[in-house]
Design a protein around this ligand. Structure first.
Ligand SMILES: [Zn+2]
Length: 64
C-alpha cells in the first residue's frame, strides 16, 4: 500500500482522495509542501474541500 498522507499543513491523517494542488489551494486549504502537482486529502479535509468548492460554485451561479 502506498503511504498517502494528507497534504494539508499540520495534518497527518491517511489520505482518501487526491486532487491537483492548485485546486486544493483555491479551495482555501494550505499545502504542507510546495512541490508536487497532486495533493492528497484526508477524510476531514476532503469534506472541507468539497464544501469550499461547492460554495464557490454556488457564488458563481448567483452571478456575482
Ligand atoms: Zn487532512
Amino acid at each position: 500500500m502506498a503511504e498517502d498522507k494528507c497534504g494539508v499543513a499540520g495534518c497527518n491523517e491517511p489520505a482518501v482522495k487526491s486532487y491537483s494542488r492548485e485546486t486544493v489551494e483555491k479551495a482555501g486549504l494550505k499545502a504542507a509542501e510546495e512541490k508536487g502537482k497532486r495533493m492528497h486529502l484526508c477524510k476531514e479535509h476532503n469534506k472541507q474541500f468539497k464544501k469550499a468548492t461547492k460554495e464557490e460554485r454556488k457564488l458563481e451561479s448567483l452571478g456575482r
